[in-house]
Design a protein around this ligand. Sequence first.
Ligand SMILES: [Zn+2]
Length: 132
Amino acid sequence: MKRPFMPITPASEPYWSYLQKDELWIPRCNSCSQLVFYPREICPHCASLEFTWEKMSGRGKVYSFTVIRRPFLPEFAAMSPYVFAIIELEEGIRMASNIINCQPNDVYIGQSVRAVFEEHENGRKLVLFEPA
Ligand SMILES: [Zn+2]
């Protein structure tokens, strides 16, 4: 399946490298102890530049979602309809992803989900979620 990918930056390189090993790691600020997602150079909470990467459980709940039936980008046409969702990890951060391995109409807010790692044509992996 072809889909657009975010470029790998120095700040996000560990995130993508861990995904290749089917692991979800998120940086935690060394100064204010907040998890920071997406990974970036400067903590959005306190402007610190120092982080320690932490492995996430991969468990979370659906915070919000929508079903995409008419995708804006042609790369997403083959997977439509699909679920675009905001997942709240049990560690507290929220991330945008897709929910797969179920019918879009079966997704609901508060649903327990777990991370799955999907490899794409370019060899890179994405973290997606499926019902737990
Ligand atoms: Zn901070």
